[in-house]
Design a protein around this ligand. Structure first.
Ligand code: ADP
Length: 548
């Protein structure tokens, strides 16, 4: 017997029409090179309708890829809806990728048109002749004085919109499984791989940001996504805001901690989100700003150091809200909210819970699997294994079938490459990425945990731990430490700090002081760069601290 409910496709046109119909009076603030603009959702929606017909005028194919090379701005948000609501596939390009990777991605996705912020033209235009499928470049004039090339392929965004007739009807996507957007992994390993989101996955994932036991976006919120709109759909915040009716503040090109702190204060932002690096930079500025409207600071992309989260709690009463996921998981898979079972805990113990990646959100299934035996591991907070994930917004394969058999299991789960323990309430504690684990004398050392402990030292700004070769133990940990400005620190002090906190054989063999931890294009620690730098480093002294 079948259920007798209407079958309505879960598709992004609903997000657009809901925002237009219910929240036309709400505002979208956008900072651009020329300064700050503010418009209503109604004005924005009218522009989305114009943009929809612009795509037809440019003769962009029915499900062609529409590339964006943009900051977080209102016009990027116009593209976020106009492309998928007309059946095209929004392809957000990471503006910080190396040129070769960018060329690879545009050609691999076969983008037909690329919308580019004028301030970013100097990055994109030198590659133009290598972009094989792009017929149009639409320049979004953000007030920058970057030169706009005289070329028949180049168009002006505002001129196209002004000349367009707004689409008058209701957007319709018949098949909820059709592609809505795509995003390439940042390629920390090998070539970037294309993750293709469907309308259904985008809608379901957006709903999760409205869930109270998570970020819980509501109409009264003012939301500032610091996380780039080219990084895994800004974690679903843009679509989430439109569904909930929250006001939006888009920070544009100036991502300095000073600029972000000023925007948070000025617009009385209640919800924001970004990678730990952003919040590390802003921590010292907190006493100078009135951030009393902030209620949630979503943070993920890499492990959130407990000391950082506690720094926020102590300064403004709001710890960081830790979430975990990846491009392949849309990205939200877990959110570390505390629950009733944590009520009796001390503040320090609750901080430990918040430092975990948290339990899976509804509709996401996780399992812990021993990578060598393939056996499922218990959720006892001790057994470690690779996290595998399944759910309606988890990738089933990469674009053009890449990664088959490697990244996906035979029964269809995603292999995340993240190693973790899970406690009996389902709270994930990420120990490491499989490729960053340090294998010392046959035992694993979790670099993330070690980093966390080092970063809890009050004089440490950042720390990354990598494996270095060792004649006896094969690999040993090396700590690369960045000292806070104006402080001095010795290797002995770092080790003395670790001794009561971690197993003896986890103590790094070497501590190197560096000016900055190198970062990837999405602001994560680039251990690959550190390994390249220190790869030749070998501690000759047999470690007194090998595993028993
Ligand atoms: P890439 O895999 O190319 O680095 P992603 O942005 O998709 O790009 O990164 C996903 C990875 O980031 C995860 O597999 C995980 O290793 C790491 N990550 C994301 N969130 C967290 C978190 N909260 N704690 C620790 N690691 C995280």
């Amino acid at each position: 017997m079948l259920g007798l409910m209407q079958h309505r496709p879960l598709a992004l046109p609903h997000v657009f029409h809901r925002a237009e119909q219910y929240f036309g009076h709400k505002t979208i603030v956008s900072v651009e090179a020329a300064g700050e603009t503010s418009m209503t959702v109604a004005e924005w929606a009218e522009r989305v309708r114009r943009l929809a017909t612009v795509l037809d005028t440019l003769d962009v194919g029915a499900d062609s890829r529409v590339g964006t090379f943009c900051w977080n701005t209102r016009r990027h948000l116009e593209l976020y809806l106009a492309a998928p609501c007309t059946g095209r596939v929004l392809h957000t390009l990471n503006i910080r990728l190396f040129p070769e990777q960018l060329v690879y991605i545009v050609n691999h996705a076969e983008d037909e048109v690329v919308f580019v912020d004028r301030s970013l033209l100097p990055v994109l235009w030198p590659l133009v002749d290598k972009l094989e499928t792009v017929r149009h470049f639409v320049v979004i004039d953000d007030g920058s004085d970057a030169e706009v090339p005289e070329d028949p392929r180049v168009h002006d965004y505002e001129a196209l919109l002004a000349a367009a007739t707004p689409f008058a009807g209701t957007f319709v996507i018949e098949d909820e499984s059709s592609a809505a957007a795509m995003c390439y992994t940042s390629g920390t390993t090998g070539n970037p791989k294309g993750v293709v989101y469907s309308h259904r996955s985008a809608v379901l994932h957006s709903l999760i940001s409205l869930m109270a036991d998570g970020v819980g976006l509501v109409e009264r919120d003012v939301v500032l996504p610091v996380v780039p709109m080219f990084h895994a759909n800004a974690w679903g915040l843009p679509y989430g805001c439109l569904l909930a009716g929250s006001n939006v503040v888009l920070p544009g090109p100036n991502m300095t901690p000073q600029a972000i702190a000023a925007l948070l204060e000025k617009h009385r932002v209640s919800v924001t989100g970004g990678v730990p690096t952003i919040w590390m930079g802003m921590l010292p500025l907190l006493p100078d700003h009135d951030l009393s409207a902030l209620r949630a600071i979503l943070c993920g992309g890499s492990a959130v150091p407990k000391a950082l989260s506690e720094g926020y709690r102590e300064a403004i009463g709001v710890p960081l809200l830790h979430a975990w996921g990846m491009t392949e998981t849309s990205p939200i898979a877990t959110v570390a909210v505390t629950r009733s079972q944590h009520d009796g805990l001390s503040e320090a113990e609750r901080a430990d819970v918040r430092a975990r990646q948290g339990p899976a959100v509804p509709l996401v299934d996780l399992r812990l699997v021993d990578p060598s035996t393939g056996e499922t591991q218990p959720w006892d907070d001790t057994a470690t294994g690779e996290i595998q994930a399944a759910g309606p917004w988890i990738a089933s394969e990469y674009y053009r079938g890449e990664g088959e058999g490697v990244q996906f299991t035979e029964d269809g789960w995603l292999r995340t490459g993240d190693v973790a323990t899970i406690d009996r309430y389902g709270y994930v504690r990420l120990v490491d990425r499989t490729k960053d684990l340090i294998k010392s004398g046959g035992e694993w050392i979790g670099s993330v945990e070690l980093e966390n402990e080092i970063m809890s030292h009050p004089k440490v700004a950042e720390a990354a731990v990598i494996a270095i070769p060792h004649p006896k133990w094969v690999e040993r940990p090396m700590a690369c430490v960045v000292v806070k400005p104006g402080e001095t620190l010795t290797a002995e002090e770092v080790i003395a700090h670790l001794e009561p906190r971690v197993a003896k054989w986890w103590i790094p063999d070497a501590v190197e002081f560096i000016d900055e931890v190198p970062k990837t294009s999405v602001g994560k620690f680039s251990k690959k760069t550190l390994r390249e730098k220190f790869g030749g480093y070998q501690t000759g002294v047999p470690s007194s601290a090998g595993p028993a």
